[in-house]
Design a protein around this ligand. Structure first.
Ligand code: ADP
Ligand code: MG
Length: 324
């Protein structure tokens, strides 16, 4: 198969029902119709073999995750994902791999009705860069920079599972309470994160700032605070831990909060709600059946602090996942 047959078979064949793609794969650039009253959001994420996934992973999972992490970025801005482009670098022409990759890509894009509108296919060390385009009503994008002192800090769901899975990939603990089924649940969290698109309408209505948790809560909240020129105090007893992470703790192994605070790859959202809107926000959350966790408060003093179980206020390291 030549480059163009690969594009036709594995990428052009992925269909979407969107009517706003005027022309997609096959031209020098794609052309989309942006409805009046909408703004465009653009985000990109690269997944490199050996860094973000292992070459032994099913290509279905790799493609799936590439979509999910990009959708998470659009959701954190309170946008709706619409169109994607894919730059794929492959070491060889492996049709079995491409078939699985295309299936994972199609399934993940299909979950959100995202159209693949273009890309680039090259030979080299395995890596992929997915660019996601989304829309948001005029002026309604939520940024990292909008938080003010006294805003409440929320986390959308349990943390720590993906980074614990990474730890297990390196070294499996031996403990009678932890077995293959625990490992399977954790690996599933690492490979199949589900972005919190359900929160998008509520972010638009209530949030002053938001960020997705890709590098660990401490690091990402620290980014939000830096952009907003504020600080934060986290109540460590309120941080939601994935059940597998708590179980790991009960087994007496390491501190689970390390994974929630300083691990990565969770793709939950961290956002701030002004105190005056909090009752309405909570009422809407209850009505929608969404569990969010208030984990701290924005303060005017810069930096991160932690309220310990005994009520002490101590500095908290913003350490998180870093490539360099
Ligand atoms: P050009 O050389 O003009 O950049 P290419 O030959 O690289 O165009 O690509 C031909 C068409 O196929 C373009 O529309 C491009 O966007 C699309 N394309 C190439 N690779 C991919 C891919 N991996 N996924 C989706 N579309 C792709
Ligand atoms: Mg061209």
């Amino acid at each position: 198969m030549d480059e163009f047959a690969i594009i036709d078979t594995f990428f052009k064949s992925l269909k979407s029902t969107r009517t706003d793609v005027l022309f997609g794969i096959g031209d020098d650039a794609a052309c989309m119709q942006l409805a009046p009253g909408l703004e465009l959001l653009v985000t990109t994420d690269t997944l490199v073999s050996g860094v973000h996934f292992l070459p032994t992973w099913d290509a279905y999972d790799i493609a799936y995750k590439a979509v999910m992490v990009n959708v998470s970025d659009i959701a954190a801005m309170a946008g709706n994902p619409c169109w994607a482009t894919l730059a794929l670098t492959l070491p060889a022409q492996d049709l079995t791999w491409l078939t699985r990759f295309s299936a994972g890509l199609g399934d993940a894009l299909g979950l959100f009705d995202i159209a693949l509108v273009g890309g680039d296919t090259t030979r080299g060390p395995l890596s992929m860069t997915l660019t996601m385009h989304g829309t948001v009503p005029l002026g309604q994008a939520i940024r990292r920079s909008g938080a003010s002192a006294s805003d409440l800090i929320y986390v959308s769901g349990p943390l720590g599972a993906a980074s614990l899975a990474v730890e297990w990939l390196h070294e499996r603990p031996t403990h009678p309470d932890l077995d293959e089924s625990n490992y399977a649940v954790l690996l599933n969290c690492l490979k199949h994160p589900y972005p919190r698109v359900d929160l998008v309408p509520y972010l638009r209505q209530y949030a002053s700032a938001a960020i997705d948790i890709s590098d660990g809560l401490a690091a990402d909240l620290n980014h939000l605070c830096a952009e907003s020129h504020v600080g934060a105090c986290l109540d460590l007893s309120r941080i939601p831990l994935h059940t597998q992470v708590s179980q790991y703790f009960q087994a007496g192994l390491l501190n689970p909060l390390d994974f929630a605070l300083h691990g990565g790859d969770d793709y939950e959202l961290c956002f701030t709600i002004p105190l005056a809107l909090n009752d309405s926000f909570l009422r809407d959350m209850t009505h929608a059946g969404i569990a969010c966790h208030q984990v701290g408060v924005i303060e005017s003093a810069l930096g991160l602090r932690q309220k310990t179980v005994s009520g002490l206020c101590l500095d908290l390291s913003p350490r998180g996942y870093q490539h360099f």
